[in-house]
Design a protein around this ligand. Sequence first.
Ligand SMILES: [Zn+2]
Length: 390
Amino acid sequence: MTDPQPSGAPPEEPSVEPPVAPVPYVPAYGTASLADLPGSLLASLGLPTGNTLALEPAPRVCLFLVDGLGAELLAAHPGAAPFLSAHLRRTLTAGFPSSTTTSLATLGTGAPPGEHGMVGVQMAVPGEGRLFNCLRWTAPGLPIDPDVWQPAPTVYQRMAEAGIEPAYVAPAWFDGTGLTRAVYRGMRHRAAESPGERVEAVRQALRETAFVTVYYGEVDRVGHVSGWGGGEWLEQLAVVDRMAERIAEALPPGAVLYVTADHGMVNATDKVDVDRRPDLLEGVRMLGGEARARHVYTAPGAASTVLEAWREALRGRAWVVTREEAVSAGWFGRRVRREWLGRIGDVVAVPYGECVIVSSAAEPVEASLIGYHGSLTPAEQNVPLVEIRR
Ligand SMILES: [Zn+2]
């Protein structure tokens, strides 16, 4: 028995469509990005500055920064975070790259990465031929002065000038690091370790000052190691939800709690290891950035060859562009200050989907993770802005 043959047109050949690359999700600088939050917070506290996000006036504000809590991640698990989900007001975009060091500088200065110059976890030190890791604040053989590397005044310094002594509740070891100096200068550090200690430190600080930031990093850490969405990650999401609820209960009358994040996350299933790919290292002087946002610094005269090789190798897996293209596309903001251009790779490679670009030899720990961030996808860019007003 055979199927009846259709009359008329012959059976169609299965069509082979070339995969369509997604479009980079460029941060909404100037309208709804993390860079727009600090000025709006200052305005809500009564300082004379633009209030892009139209935040309402408040006598006291607590900003709870949850490392790695992307808006899409939260939306996928409302049951694990009922309090945060119920008070989600809107989403903001993180900035590029969507990584902690960049977003902390953005939150600290109220400016996009192209202005503050923290454009990657690992950046070339122009003229030195070395990589600087700003998370660890180390560059082999080079002292890096945080006030020089990130010279823009912080919003916390502006608050202090206006008579508000902003407080920063975070683990003790953060105090005095190069990164803290670069992005949090002007803050008074209040050491607190466990979730309960941090809530209590916020409660005390809000009695003494009109602005408190509290940081929590375990959602991100667990997401990197075990992947986001898994059991351990959901436990941490529940911890954060309970912390937010307890901070909200501790707010003095009229005060506001905002909860946001520095970036989201994706779980990687497709690892491109440059150390097993000689075609990707040909003409490359240094590989910076991070797995989802690579700065590729090329040997003199090799930029176009490297660009072509990386484009070919990563077709359908990453956006591969020149420095000029990344800048003119607005990835770092409306403009990039000329003195920061050398920190950006000659070639910028930004994986999408579930792809990461790792270096198993130079970065063995980073290469072994499951969760990553840094790219221009909604899962990494969109962060929640939760608002609770007493
Ligand atoms: Zn992270």
